[in-house]
Design a protein around this ligand. Structure first.
Ligand code: ADP
Length: 309
């Protein structure tokens, strides 16, 4: 059974901008799924449509088999959304934020109290249940957002950059909590800017760019493609011709700089000795960009160069 199924989903905003150009996506029940993409790619638009906050222009979405158009309330009851912005009433206590949300979903009082306790314990917030939420730290507020999204026991949880801006220690603690939620049977879709986060949590991944899915595969095979480092070499003298060195991919960056792709298992030694044999003097070397940026660039460049507009 698919937790989420998206078919030919398009969104054109009122100003004529095509934010989604016909995307297809399936997420299996039980999966921990990453939806990645550069800013402006269309992630929030897609999440907005899935969570009924934005109307699609065409196409369909179903959540656990319930079509969002024809079976909206059942589809919605299967879904919990953790948006980027903290949007609960900061003057409410932690406990009442969850309890009220359960009420919004029509959960009977006794069950609502049980679910509130369960979710607060799961997010390590039970001690804070009577605290007015504006007194909480940033990391705790984010955990309240997650606990609130889980209070009606949704089968699918969508987390939109849940750890943006929190420090690495808190982020790791949150990863553990999300992993536990997933292990207990909840399907999770995560958007994030931290590749490390997607890498350690998610089994499958889709990358969206300019309103199109440019990659949809399992994490292991995607990461296998990242086993190349990219560097920029600054040279002492302008280069007449880009040399060809077996095992490395070199290209001109400027007259006095080369871009080089280095397979991790190859290392740099061979490159330097070959360059030196050719009398090419390297002044400095820098890593071209972080892995996530590189991943996006590689994928997006290779896709767009294959598609003639
Ligand atoms: P992401 O979440 O991946 O950063 P968004 O879904 O927010 O991307 O945006 C996708 C594109 O749609 C962007 O170019 C953005 O400027 C545009 N967009 C988003 N919301 C609107 C809107 N209400 N009206 C017009 N354009 C919009």
């Amino acid at each position: 059974m698919n937790a989420l199924s998206i078919r030919n989903l398009r969104k054109t905003y009122n100003n004529g901008f095509e934010a989604l150009k016909g995307i297809n996506l399936d997420v299996d029940e039980g999966d921990f799924f990453a939806l990645l993409g550069p800013n402006g790619a269309g992630k929030s638009t897609a999440i907005g449509i899935i969570s009924s906050l934005i109307n699609e222009s065409s196409g369909s979405v179903s959540i656990f088999g319930y079509d969002l158009k024809t079976d909206r309330s059942r589809a919605k009851s299967c879904l919990g959304l953790v948006p980027q912005e903290v949007n609960f009433n900061q003057f409410d206590t932690v406990k009442s934020i969850l309890f009220n949300q359960a009420g919004y979903y029509g959960t009977p009082r006794k069950l609502a109290l049980q679910r509130t306790e369960h979710c607060l314990k799961q997010m390590d917030l039970w001690d804070k249940r009577d605290t007015v939420s504006r007194r909480l730290s940033g990391g705790m507020k984010r955990r309240v957002m997650i606990a609130r999204a889980m209070v009606h026991a949704p089968r699918l949880l969508i987390l939109d950059e849940p750890t943006a801006g929190v420090d690495i220690e808190i982020r790791r603690a949150m990863w553990k909590m999300m992993q536990e939620v997933n292990e207990q049977g909840t399907t999770i879709i995560l958007t994030t800017h931290y590749l490390e986060e997607a890498e350690s949590l998610c089994r499958n991944i889709a990358i969206i760019d300019q309103g199109l899915i440019v990659e949809n595969s399992d994490m292991t095979s995607l990461l296998a493609r990242l086993h190349v480092d990219h560097f920029v070499l600054d040279l002492a003298e302008p280069l007449a011709e880009v040399p060809s060195i077996p095992g490395y991919q070199l290209e001109r960056a400027t007259d006095k700089a080369l871009n080089v792709a280095v397979p991790k298992e190859t290392g740099l030694n061979q490159l330097f000795s070959q360059l030196s044999a050719l009398n090419i003097k390297v002044i400095s070397l820098k890593n071209k960009s972080n892995r996530l940026e590189q991943l996006f660039m590689d994928l997006i460049e290779s896709k767009s160069s294959g598609v003639k507009q």
